[in-house]
Ligand binder design. Structure first.
Ligand SMILES: C[S@@+](CC[C@H](N)C(=O)[O-])C[C@H]1O[C@@H](n2cnc3c(N)ncnc32)[C@H](O)[C@@H]1O
Length: 250
């Protein structure tokens, strides 16, 4: 059993929290823009490490042909209950599955759990069609430092996190690799992907220390609207809690 399967309740609680909802709402927006840029028709989408399909469900609802690949049986059952096609497999086996080519391959909040960004991107790239795109997402190491200093007022931790090779995930209670957006962009370039669009997911939410207020519907609505405005704006996207990069095969 993996760290993900052991913390499914914590994962669901996180997804339903105001900050979890904002994370999925912003990505629904960035993916809608990505799909619009890729073409007007029905796209083939593969969500690698897609878990319960929370990112893919809006794409399926928009009429795209979505498949979720993951190694967790429990999470895939939830994806299937949303009406999504599922494949139980490891990302490393992607090349041998004979799945054909996809217009869009997602890999969100997975790469930090894997040993190598270039190897992960190479495996994903093999599943992407000509002119297709990859969307990668991971926790932003810059935000780890700022959150420690601002939210927790733990200045020693903030200093230690500056050059730490790992980041602690609260939900899954284990350490993951520190992956900068620039590292992902370099790996994508190495695999033949460019024309990068970078987004910031939750530019301000995590720096507001009053978590209770985020549960107030009127305040939540304003916060979500602000996050949607900020997600593609410099310099705010640089200090967001998570980075997302979308790159097209060139
Ligand atoms: C943090 S969850 C992210 C789920 C989803 N992408 C999201 O952002 O909501 C990480 C997911 O990656 C899956 N995963 C981790 N390593 C994997 C691998 N090597 N192959 C396939 N899935 C993997 C886990 O089972 C889990 O569902």
């Amino acid at each position: 059993m993996t760290a993900f399967d052991e913390h499914l309740d914590a994962w669901r609680t996180w997804q339903e929290s105001p900050w979890g909802r904002i994370r999925y709402r912003v990505v629904a927006e960035t993916l809608a823009r990505t799909c619009a840029a890729l073409g007007s028709g029905r796209l083939r989408v593969l969500d690698v490490g897609g878990g319960d399909g929370a990112d893919s469900a809006p794409l399926a609802a928009a009429g795209h042909d979505v498949t979720v690949l993951d190694r967790s049986t429990d999470l895939l059952e939830q994806a299937a209950s949303r009406g999504l096609a599922t494949i139980r497999a490891d990302l490393g086996d992607l090349g041998s599955l004979g799945l054909g080519a996809f217009d869009l391959v997602l890999c969100h909040n997975v790469v930090q759990h894997l040993p190598s960004t270039p190897l992960a991107v190479e495996a994903l790239a093999g599943a992407v069609a000509t002119s297709g795109a990859i969307s990668l997402m991971a926790p932003n190491p810059t935000a780890e430092v700022l959150v420690a200093a601002i939210r927790r007022a733990d200045l020693a931790e903030a200093t230690a996190l500056l050059d730490a090779p790992t980041i602690r995930t609260v939900t899954f209670e284990h350490d993951v690799r520190r992956v900068e957006a620039d590292e992902a962009i370099a790996a994508l370039a190495g695999a033949g992907f460019g024309a990068v669009t970078q987004y910031g997911v939750r530019c301000v939410t995590d720096y507001l220390t009053d978590d209770e207020r985020k549960g107030d519907p009127a305040f939540y609505a304003e916060l979500e609207a602000l996050e949607l405005v900020l997600c593609d704006r410099e310099p705010y996207l640089r200090t967001a809690r998570m980075w997302q990069v979308v790159a097209t095969r060139i």
